[in-house]
Design a protein around this ligand. Sequence first.
Ligand SMILES: O=P(O)(O)OC[C@H]1O[C@](O)(CO)[C@@H](O)[C@@H]1O
Ligand SMILES: [Mg+2]
Ligand SMILES: [Mn+2]
Length: 464
Amino acid sequence: MTNDKGTFGEYTASARWPIIIQNAIDDLASQQELEKSKVTKFEQGEAIKSALQQFRQEVIDRAPLRLFTEEEIKLADVPLSFNEYLREHSQANWGAVEWLFSEVYLYRRINVLFQRQSEWATFDIFNRLKQSTFESSFHGVVELALRYENLLPQLKEIEQNSGKDADDILKVLFKEFIEISLWGNATDLSLLTNATLEEIKSIQGAKARAESESKIVVNDTDRAWEVLTKAKAEANGKQIRVDFVLDNSGFELYADLMLAAFLLQSGLATKCIFHAKDIPYMVSDVMLKDFDILVQDLRDRKFFPSGESSTRESKALESFANEMEKFVSGGKLEFREDSFWTTELDYWNLDAKEVKYHGSILHKDLTSSNLVIFKGDLNYRKLTGDRKWPRTTKWETAIGPLAINGITSLSLRTCKADVQVALPDGLDLKLSQEWEKENPGRGSWWCCSGKWAVVCFCSGEPNK
Ligand SMILES: O=P(O)(O)OC[C@H]1O[C@](O)(CO)[C@@H](O)[C@@H]1O
Ligand SMILES: [Mg+2]
Ligand SMILES: [Mn+2]
């Protein structure tokens, strides 16, 4: 709840949301400035700005959360789940409401304001921030492109030397690319808006990742490895499918593409499906258009100044971009969107029983996947229902129906919220004491800092 005293949720609702909305207002103003000559667009922009200001005040004043009007529902395709929830929780106000619901509702309300103005209907208010943060990831982006370049001959060698040793080496690489994708989630724009270039670099480099291994407090990577190697051994020409329920665009999407490319090149997957958001969401989340933008950025030597097109760095960026486009055109990499991902429904609804908002359709589809990777913190909150679980709760308990409903899942999350499960006895206390030293009164927030991570696997098989 946004009124759970002393939680990161409470802090987010009172301190972070007004800032996020203010940033959106400022970004809108910058865009208007760029397009001053477009009179209608400017005027529509003014209308959105004043509505955003009013909305920001609503949040600050802890006003009641209102229903979406019929007109809004039509105009912006608002899923009816929101109003259903609000009818059942008629007392909900910004200062006393479930954190997960209100946070998702917030992005929906913002989206409606843009949908109402024709000139702004497809505008992504968070695009500027997504792009500028990606641009400052230059160092990490080049490093990974070079890493990928080296990977290809390594994989060839492994292929030529099949056997136990080759398998062991492939496993080391698998772990490396899982970690690349995992820590890619540390660069979250909603948390890092004030991060310096040095800080971003330090999160993204290889050395930093190695140091970070000790920070993965639950690590089921081996179990995911077993599933995919078994699938590969038994494939016999059959498809091996890995799904990614994506989180942030820019560096994290780039890191996810690295993992997907590794899986496809190594034969641990033959198809990867990326699930994106259908509206601008949680500031930095991936929308379909963000993939095209990323590929363009990789090719743009002004955006990533890696020198002439003949430098090793430029060639590595260019060839990774080419490779991604080839994967897409060859059907090995597919992007999809679904409104389910931007509803407030947690993933206990990724189940045959949820028949109104695509939960059952997605569930059925995802049961055909060999592995479904859920990226990031918000997905972790949705997997666990964003409840106040004791932190030693078993993962299978916290994910409810997903423990047994046939989806093989892997959560890759850098910890950025209060909910935390699957810890061994005593670890929460130890980390809380450690964090408390530098953050008096906030020891339990170690798992909101993005400095630790978890990798949680579940086979999804009944009775296991
Ligand atoms: O991009 P991620 O990893 O889902 O993180 C989103 C962040 O926003 C939050 O939803 C809080 O605003 C947290 O869960 C997390 O800090
Ligand atoms: Mg609930
Ligand atoms: Mn996100």
